[in-house]
Design a protein around this ligand. Sequence first.
Ligand code: PA5
Length: 443
Amino acid sequence: MLKVSLKGCDSFVKDAQYQEYVNKALAAYDVLDSESGAGNDFLGWKTLPDGTPESLIQQFEAVRDGWKKKGVDLVIVIGIGGSYLGARCAVEALGHQFLPTKNAPRVVFAGNNLSEEYLAEMMDLAEVSNVACIVISKSGTTTEPAVAFRIVKEHIEKRYGKAEASDRIVAITDAVKGALKTLATQEGYRSFVVPNNVGGRFSVLSPVGLLPICVAGFDIRQMLRGAAAAKQQVSVRNADNPAIQYAAMRNLQYFELGKKVEVLVTYNPRLMFLGEWWKQLFGESEGKDGKGIYPASANFTTDLHSIGQFIQDGDRCMFETVVNVEKSRRSVVIGSDEQNLDQLNYLAGQHVEHCNAMAALGTKLAHIDGGVPQIEICVEQVDEFCIGEIFYFFEAACGISAYLLGVNPFNQPGVEAYKKNMFALLRKPGYEAQTEDILKRLE
Ligand code: PA5
């Protein structure tokens, strides 16, 4: 069961202060629970853990098994933002960090940047692989995935022919609108729907995340079970609800202690993309109307040797949220060495994870001494169940936290600004009137 500990904040926060923020979080919980707040037409994510039909899961498995039969060994998942980060987070967390996943294709991600070198090198891999593709865009009009998909589609069609291409490409998009929907219908691709009432960054437990995670060889039923367990845990209206605890404490840090930055810390490199997914979830949900905690992430102990200095000793603008994993799924014991030239015999017989845990405890004390409060979120191990728990926990906590902060968690008005400029510079039809003005401003 996922747990939140606020002990690492004790020396910074008075009980009464925390109680005040718990009360505010309870009020925000009511807004989310009664579906009466801003953005309440985007609450479809709340029902995904226990509302995903078995028949849909079987359709995902049919795609996976069909591609397996064809010998597909590379699946390119195209999407950006909420249409990619959840799947990438799960695939990186659950897969072997060095070897391919048994009986499953390699899954790579594209359409999440506009780097020509990235795309060219990914196509080098495609050339020597047996390829299929999942293209994901809720709006169906996002430039980055559209550019990548045009290139991948051309490759697949040239190589396998148009008819076979329609079996090797699956689209996940809106039920009725958008260029990707039109394209998928005309080309006869199998399609799955991003529910209308589920926003991108809340979509990992919809087909957007589930299909790529299933195709990558992981147990999505177990992931949904984990999410359902977290849903139960965060659906109680009291101060023991971990989502209320987390939402209350992070807002207290922001409003009362002036902490403008939250660093999501993990001690396991396989969770690096959890940081990326979480940054989008909280950054896009809360960073608006001139408000919001800036979400940053770090992977320790690696980053203790880089930004650790800043966290310990720099501007006191931050607090940490550490995702602690209780059990390691692998065992590596440090051996004894007769000569002991490296002077490590004091660690002989110890698990490496024990050293990691001691590093985490030592860092916790040091950072608290340095003025960095610490929230802890504990999960049992990195498996499908716990990843599902983490996804749902953070989604619910984000909804509560954003309402407490006083913003609409479910819109993202700010992401359009760069696009307008880029379209004008690329002379997209309809944007040419702004091109000259923008070019002048760039001189
Ligand atoms: O959370 C969001 O809504 C965004 O990050 C989107 O997921 C992202 O912009 C991709 O949009 P789309 O799926 O429409 O291509």
